[in-house]
Design a protein around this ligand. Sequence first.
Ligand SMILES: O=c1ccn([C@@H]2O[C@H](COP(=O)(O)O)[C@@H](O)[C@H]2O)c(=O)[nH]1
Length: 242
Amino acid sequence: MQADKRLIVALDVNDMNKVCEIVEALGEWVAFYKVGMELYYSVGVTVINYLKSMGKEVFLDLKLHDIPNTVAHAAGILTGLGVSMLTLHTGGGPAMMRAAAMAVAEKAAELGIPRPKLIGVTVLTSINENEWTALGHKTPVADQVVHLAKLAQGAGMDGVVASPREAALIRRACGDNLLVVTPGIRPVGANQDDQNRIATPAAALAAGATHLVIGRPITAAPNIAEAARKVIREMAESGLKF
Ligand SMILES: O=c1ccn([C@@H]2O[C@H](COP(=O)(O)O)[C@@H](O)[C@H]2O)c(=O)[nH]1
């Protein structure tokens, strides 16, 4: 059985025992894991080395956001960990994104390793229109997401993080070459939790998402393996391969 690498399971836990429990429960079904702030700040590179030793790919979602010099140096260092994807906030601006892209390419070439894909976070999937307006924005969330995706593409990002609700608009504006990584995935009947701009796995793929990031609907389910298999079945049945 070959795992569908469009599924990225978010390991939002804070200790290695829990990580091992999830990875062992999912076995060969899942080949790609997301390590975010909670886990990375808890256990550091131990989890990256563990996942790689298990033959898994790593999406390191630390959402770098600072001045160009700082982000470029951080991204260069993280490149050395041998992860497949890294995130930064598009809100840091085009100069920041370009500096990060250059640093990542240089570090990967220096080490002779594949360059991690750089993914720009647009507008967090937890933000709804009310919160967006309260933040002082005058245009709809979706317009801003598309605007940021275009900026990210122009600044050398390989992809963006956006909600599945904007995936089709991004595809239309940016074409087929940009990765569209979508959290905010909720299978039918799953808790919404703190996510607001959500869609089902099949709807996200139909809208043009290249990767689905799913955490709690799988990792907090009473039967983790069964929850993942249901998602994988839905993805397979959607018949879409972007
Ligand atoms: O806009 C964003 C960016 C990142 N995330 C991350 O994705 C997962 C989603 O987890 P669920 O449990 O499926 O809600 C989580 O690690 C977030 O940090 C996001 O949700 N939205």
